[in-house]
Design a protein around this ligand. Sequence first.
Ligand SMILES: C[S@@+](CC[C@H](N)C(=O)[O-])C[C@H]1O[C@@H](n2cnc3c(N)ncnc32)[C@H](O)[C@@H]1O
Length: 84
Amino acid sequence: MLETNQYFKGEKGLELTNVEWLLDHHKTKLQERRKTVDELNLKPGDVVLDLGCGPGLWTHLLAEKVKPNGRVVGLDFSPDLKSD
Ligand SMILES: C[S@@+](CC[C@H](N)C(=O)[O-])C[C@H]1O[C@@H](n2cnc3c(N)ncnc32)[C@H](O)[C@@H]1O
């Protein structure tokens, strides 16, 4: 388990807490996620299952591609990720 006062080197060499590192990491990977989603050639109206979607970092990018009448279902079995 990570200690909350533990520090990590971020993408720009700054010392970050674990949460800050996670946010920094996901932000820097956004361009790569967009490129991968572009390569899926999804079209408006498509239906997508984002199995193991975690916190949904890909789900909203997929939804952008299939809107306005498509659908993305994000499914994750981790109880930590349940929505209210
Ligand atoms: C490495 S995380 C990736 C999360 C997300 N896809 C991403 O790239 O940010 C893998 C996720 O898959 C979920 N998962 C693994 N096996 C699963 C299953 N059989 N059914 C539903 N979710 C599953 C885990 O709970 C975890 O949140």
